[in-house]
Design a binder for this molecule. Structure first.
Ligand code: F6R
Length: 609
């Protein structure tokens, strides 16, 4: 979704803004723009398309020159992608960029039109610019005008603002949408996310809802809604510039696939004490776990798929009832939850609108909430009752890989802890599972090495397919859901995942020679059953790619291609098997010439419902 940046300091602001926006490209966008103070006048450059289109335009028409300004990448919500609808937008003396959605923009627009104002664009953002200008006309203090304007706004916003009479000053305010304030030496920044500014500084403040920040080269001041100064705590990002660069890899996605062993290590090792998981620093105690009645895992997309694996594992070893819900469904279906229930919200970004709304609903209904989040200081992380951070580091590729992997790791840590607290596994088993989880970084590394070549070969066979089916049972089915999503989102080949035993009830009629089937069969107890289902699709002409364990003896007539993963503790196999599924999706998309890291129509952080 939209990305915001702002800069004030001593460097060429246009260059800093474009460079920072480049670091936010992963969020997905269809136009870009900047506004820079040039000799005290606000100079705007904006363009439909990618940042390179904006840069080309500025090369031709002149780049705004100055040391302070704001910038934006837009993911269209109100009005098509166009030069006019691109941000920044202006009222007479105010220019701003916006991330979020103003729900009551229509009524505000009507009011402003009646007041004699004219609009150039279809955006809700221009309404905010004109409204702020309206209040600024008779309040004349920019901070008071911002506070007054936000009182009228319903919805979500992060705004970067410049006022004509305040050269080399950048103002910012946020509600719901993320925004951080980067603090440098003689220069300061605003950004939707830390990666945007990490090249310049690692120090930042988190802005709370409705706080107003005022940035100049020599300092940052923050005010609350009563115009009282707020003392902020400085935070420091613990990654370096390499964490947000490609480091020689052709795409972020493949870099992030390769970072998975480190991500698991960083997530699991600090949570294991004396050979056992210990989640007390996350506010999770065995006493609290014993009191849990039902568990609901609520999330979107890939994060929800990690919950599917979590469900199988928790039900299997902790004998606790777990429901997995899509956040956008959960929030509107009046779920039967209350005291004694635990709602686990899983989110890489920690800002997904539906997941956040689901969590707030759960709290309202008296349930306990546990967030499993990757982005530090994000809204979901801040509002949850209990919190487990996944330590994947910044995930830039829109298609999630390493974040999913560490979400799985946390599902296991939590399931082991829950099972032991509930007495469904003894200490020996508890320690055994934990020791196996500690082995997963090495096993995932070996899986990347041993499956890359065959994944490349398989993808060559998939590039001309129009449609694909993933099948599996139990944990393999849960995992297939993610394999299928990964493939479709970046290769644009339609695919579905199906519980193998369910095929006969309708879907098998789709099977032809033109529809490849990826069958995952790694669970011994279900192996024979899945093999029978594979034979059924094979008999109807499907080309079958089978994924199973090294030790499985696959009869020659079952599959056209067999990809074997290392033998390992079966309950943990999803962490290994997701690797070839990610690789197959990646290489298929690469061979089809797609924009792997920024697939069409998708945004990394889905902050609107
Ligand atoms: C797919 C993908 C999405 C996200 C989903 C939730 O690769 O990344 O399906 O998983 O949009 O996002 P978060 O985890 O940020 O809540």
């Amino acid at each position: 979704m939209c990305g915001i940046v702002g800069y004030v300091g001593h460097r060429d602001a246009s260059d800093v803004l474009v460079s920072a926006l480049t670091r936010l490209e992963y969020r997905g966008y269809d136009s870009a723009g900047i506004a820079v103070f040039e000799d005290g006048v606000i100079n705007v450059a904006k363009s439909k398309g990618k940042l390179k289109d904006l840069v080309e335009k500025m090369d031709k028409e002149g780049k705004p020159k100055g040391v302070a300004g704001i910038g934006h990448t837009r993911w269209a919500t109100h009005g098509e992608p166009s030069d006019i609808n691109s941000h920044p937008h202006s009222g007479a003396r105010v220019t701003l960029v916006h991330n979020g959605i103003i729900e009551n923009y229509k009524e505000l627009k009507e009011f402003l039109i009646k007041d004699g104002r004219r609009f150039l664009s279809d955006t809700d953002t221009e309404v905010v610019a004109q409204l702020l200008d309206h209040y600024y006309n008779y309040i004349s203090d920019p901070i008071k005008a911002i506070i007054r304007t936000t009182q009228d706004l319903r919805g979500s916003f992060a705004l970067g603002i410049v006022f004509e009479n305040y050269p080399d000053t950048v103002f910012a305010v946020r509600r719901e949408s993320p925004l951080i304030i980067g603090v440098g030496k003689d220069e300061n920044f605003i950004a939707s996310d830390v990666p945007a500014i990490i090249k310049y500084t690692k120090d930042y403040y988190l802005l709370e809802h409705d706080e107003v920040a005022v940035l100049s080269a020599d300092g940052v001041k923050v005010y609350d809604t009563h115009y009282q100064p707020v003392v902020k705590t400085l935070k420091t990002a613990d990654w370096d510039v390499d964490a947000v660069g490609k480091c020689g890899y052709p795409h972020y996605m493949i870099k992030e696939i390769n970072e998975q062993p480190t991500a698991i290590r960083n997530t699991v090792t600090p949570r294991v004490k004396d050979g056992m998981p210990n989640l007390e620093e996350c506010n999770i105690t065995p006493e609290a776990l014993r009191k849990i009645r039902n568990i609901f895992i609520v999330a979107c997309g890939t994060a929800m798929h990690s919950g599917m694996v979590g469900k199988y594992v928790m039900e299997n070893i902790a004998r606790t009832h777990v429901t997995v819900d899509i956040a956008s469904e959960f929030r509107y279906r009046d779920p039967i939850i209350g005291k004694g229930d635990l709602i686990i919200i899983v989110s890489q970004s920690g800002e997904t609108a539906d997941s956040l709304a689901a969590m707030r609903l759960a709290k309202q209904k008296g349930a306990q909430t546990l967030a499993i989040v990757n982005a530090m200081g994000s809204t979901i992380a801040r509002e949850a009752d209990m919190l487990i951070y996944t330590h994947a580091g910044p995930e830039i590729s829109v298609a999630s890989t390493k974040a999913y992997m560490v979400q799985l790791a946390v599902m296991y840590l939590f399931a082991f802890e829950l099972a032991f607290a509930k007495g469904t596994i003894d200490e020996e088993k508890y320690k055994y599972y934990t020791s196996k989880l500690l082995e997963t970084p090495d096993m995932v590394q070996r899986t990347i090495e041993s499956t890359t070549e065959i994944a490349q070969k398989i993808s060559t066979q998939l590039i001309t397919a129009d449609s694909l089916l993933y099948i599996g049972r139990g944990l393999d089915y849960a995992l297939s859901m993610e394999g299928s999503l990964k493939l479709k989102e970046i290769s644009y080949i339609h695919s579905e995942s199906y519980a193998a035993g369910e095929l006969k009830h309708g879907t098998i009629s789709l099977i032809t020679q033109e529809m490849p089937v990826i069958a995952v069969a790694t669970q011994s107890a279900l192996y024979e059953k899945t093999v029978s289902n594979i034979k059924e699709v094979k008999a109807r002409g499907a080309k079958v790619i089978m994924i199973c364990k090294e030790s499985d003896d696959v009869p020659g007539d079952v599959a056209d291609c067999v990809l074997k993963v290392l033998d390992f503790e079966e309950i943990l196999l999803p962490m290994l098997v997701c690797v070839p599924l990610q690789l197959i999706a990646y290489y298929t998309a690469v061979q089809r010439g797609n924009d792997v890291d920024q697939p069409r129509n998708l945004a990394k952080s889905v902050t609107v419902e």
